[in-house]
Write a protein of this length. Sequence first.
Length: 283
Amino acid sequence: MLSNTPSVRWFKLLLVVLIAFGIYSFRDYLIEGLHYTTTLGPKLLPATALVGLSMFSYILRMSFIVRKSGGDISIKDCIKAVMVSFTAVLSIVKVGVGIVVYYLTRKGLLLSQAVTYYIWDRASHVVATTVIGIFVLGSWNVIGGLSGLGAIMALAIVGLILGKVKLEALEDFQPTLKRLVGVKTVFWLLLLSTINIVVDSGALALLTGAGWKSAMAGVLVGNMMIWASPVPGGLGLYEAAVPLALIAGGVERAAAIGGVLAYRLLSLWVPALLGVAILHREL
């Protein structure tokens, strides 16, 4: 496995050291943020509901893409697959995102259908983030450039996945992709991705006290960090970049840091732990 090669093991160690150094260097700010999270009690329930709604948009995207590509998957299995996808954050290196493709094939989908889901889901989110970013942040150079970097990273990951598979196993890959080509398909995927971004912005605004535009800018910057980061979920980069974006938008430092930490707990770590439980039970 690629994740067990010596170079990747050293890379994992380096990332752990860098993240630990960041936590130590900014420990006072983190303490301020953690103290702020103790005041979030009444806001956690509605924020959790918004994060759940955001997850549901992921689930609907998966169901739509898989069914459109000719696969058959239940909403229940989509929910499980989305939770499993978050377990990639536990792998430290980004090759771990292939876990959702593996899980979907174990659920009976063709490899071509699983990879097609991965490509179209990422592509729709990149496009939605770029388009919204142009209007929210008003900078094509920044948003377009970072989104392009994220798209390249996503394609590189797909290449790593495909590189491990024999070409004859992907003989129906091209027809599967073609089934999704169409104006209506693109419209629905972009709509679901936009809903995902808007709802995430609402959750972040609720937890940090940010204005709507600042919260949405934070979500867009966070998405870019996730795509551009060498680790799943943008671990480390996300927690640094999003609070900075919020602070630049007028949010107090403690609220920005604490709110982002609470948001990441709800939107990343809780689903990841649920995904681990699903993998342990089913695989």
